[in-house]
Write a protein that binds this ligand. Structure first.
Ligand SMILES: [Zn+2]
Length: 277
């Protein structure tokens, strides 16, 4: 029994922090992590290191100084231009930062004062990065999905230890298993030519599975199918080349659908008053 005292104290500490406090801290952390996600989104599909070099202007290659790297605020103060060369900086950067801040705050509002908020925010960030990479026309790397899902699931395991609430962790492991099985299954269906590509494309289902349980990847896979069909119809109406059609159909799908289902899951939890923890 003695061994349980300090973890229990840790759990009580978490409970002692009011919900709004958790929401504010998570929102600020989201802005900072969003800045890191911009690096992940740009560099990982291009096989560049996410650690080095420090952020630089893609136009004039001048390193971004720390005071010009404050999430959202710097972009606004610089009016979306590089301080050195004046080249425009994509509004995608503040949008990803602000969006991650809002996402983390929503997760915190849905979870409340519980350590599970850390693991769930990591999973939310992983889903968001995968979706942003897809929207960029690239395929989310398996490394991003597996690292993010691994760290997030470990976070849920750590959060379950103090209060013995294993349900969330068990549902996360189940969701990851379903996501993996779906990826393999859809890859096999696609056949030898595109199978590996489809299986990799489904990597974004992993963090959705860990965050939402088995229904996450299933809902996201169905959503990806619907999105794909809608996109093909929209592109057919615009009469693009066939190659363009095929490319879009592969690159916009599971990641975006996983992000949509994750956001829906979080908003539904807040609306119903049920804690996600
Ligand atoms: Zn520049």
């Amino acid at each position: 029994m003695n061994g349980l005292v300090s973890p229990l104290a840790a759990a009580q500490l978490a409970v002692a922090v009011p919900r709004w406090g958790v929401v504010v801290v998570a929102g600020v952390m989201g802005l900072v992590i969003g800045s890191f996600l911009n690096v992940v989104v740009y560099r990982t599909p291009r096989h560049l290191s996410i650690v080095q070099p420090a952020s630089f202007c893609p136009h004039c290659r001048t390193p971004v100084r720390s005071f010009d790297n404050v999430p959202v605020l710097s972009w606004l103060l610089l009016r979306g231009r590089c301080r050195s060369c004046g080249a425009p900086i994509s509004p995608r950067y503040p949008l990803v930062e602000g969006g991650t801040g809002v996402l983390f705050a929503l997760v915190a509002a849905a979870v409340g004062s519980h350590w599970a908020v850390v693991g769930l925010c990591v999973l939310a960030a992983t889903v968001a990065a995968s979706a942003a990479i897809e929207l960029d026309g690239e395929r989310p790397p398996l490394s991003v999905a597996s690292w993010g899902t691994g760290i997030g699931t470990l976070g849920l395991l750590g959060a379950a230890v103090p209060d013995g609430h294993w349900a969330k962790f068990v549902s996360a492991v189940g969701g990851v298993a379903v996501a993996g099985a779906l990826g393999v299954l859809l890859g096999r269906r696609a056949g030898a030519a595109g199978g590996a590509s489809v299986a990799h494309g489904c990597a974004a289902l992993l963090p959705a599975g860990a965050a939402l349980g088995w229904s996450g990847p299933v809902g996201a896979a169905v959503g990806a199918g619907v999105l794909g069909v809608l996109l093909l119809l929209a592109m057919r109406a615009a009469r693009p080349s066939r190659a363009q059609q095929a490319r879009r159909a592969v690159t916009v799908g599971p990641g975006v659908a996983a992000a949509l289902s994750a956001v829906l899951g979080v908003v539904a939890a807040i609306a119903s008053g049920a804690s996600l923890a």
